[in-house]
Design a protein. Structure first.
Length: 277
């Protein structure tokens, strides 16, 4: 699946280092969360709906900011991440906010989630957002894990960068400032980068800069979920994204980053799928 057998260790070191940066980064404003009124990004706010009273599983939760936002809204939430530093920060933040009764955190690799959280078919909502599936080599196994945690009739919410946009990158800029073609859409091989930058803090420089990712075509994501037993309720494409994916993007009042002139292609996608009863 990957030319680099140490992909998991490389990515874990990379994300362990990012935690300390993100806790102070301008891209993660924790003030509303600490004030008791945490907010999600604009796309999720418009689509997710009421979570009060739901049992929610947040996979690849990072340091738990969104997990705790859902807990503040009345959900009982379990967050999972493979980074020990992230889970330590999430537990500390939950204690600080008085949410340990509504949120718990588990440190485990995504592919080990069924054994780390042995609660199959017990969640009303599985929640996965932003920069999650690109770190996973096996998208079909991911879909099976998501489906396995949902109750019959439960729903899955997913939002992430659009695979079509991930073909482009500022590493190959065009003369007009637009990003250029970088990764073939249908080439499912691992992409290994040595990139010290951080998306949330432009001043940060990572020491653990090497990471491995995958570009999963939209058809692989959707078909994987359907084959795992979910029914697609809706699929949305967005000309905006919560982080500055490309330098040419401009930030608008909704906090997201948009094309400066015309919506050349979707920057993000979101979907909801339900487990068939």
């Amino acid at each position: 699946m990957t030319a680099d057998k140490d992909w998991r260790a490389l990515n874990r070191a990379n994300w362990n280092e990012r935690v300390g940066i993100h806790l102070k980064a301008p891209g993660y404003d924790l003030a509303p969360l600490r004030a008791g009124c945490g907010r999600l990004n604009a796309i999720e706010e418009a689509e997710l709906g009421d979570v009060s009273g739901l049992r929610v599983l947040h996979l690849q939760c990072h340091f738990g900011a969104d997990t705790l936002c859902l807990a503040q809204r009345g959900a009982t939430v379990v967050g999972l991440d493979f980074s020990p530093a992230a889970i330590d920060a999430a537990n500390a933040l939950a204690a600080e906010l008085g949410l340990t009764g509504r949120a718990r955190f588990v440190c485990a690799d995504l592919y080990d989630a069924p054994s780390a959280i042995p609660e199959a078919a017990s969640f009303d909502l599985v929640y996965v957002t932003w920069g999650a599936t690109c770190w996973l080599p096996d998208i079909r196994r991911w879909a099976e894990i998501v489906a396995g945690f949902l109750k019959p009739g439960g729903r899955f919410y997913y939002a992430d960068g659009h695979p079509a946009a991930l073909v482009l990158d500022d590493l190959v800029p065009q003369p007009d400032g637009m990003p250029g073609f970088f990764a073939p859409y249908l080439d499912r091989r691992a992409l290994t980068f040595d990139d010290p930058s951080d998306y949330a803090d432009p001043e940060a420089r990572l020491q653990n800069s090497r990471n491995v990712s995958w570009l999963h075509p939209l058809s692989d994501i959707v078909t994987g979920l359907i084959d795992a037993g979910l029914s697609l309720d809706w699929l949305h494409e967005h000309a905006q994204v919560p982080w500055r994916m490309f330098r040419i993007l401009v930030q608008r009042d909704d906090g997201d980053w948009h094309w400066p002139d015309r919506p050349w292609l979707p920057l993000a996608m979101s979907l909801q799928a339900s487990r068939r009863c």
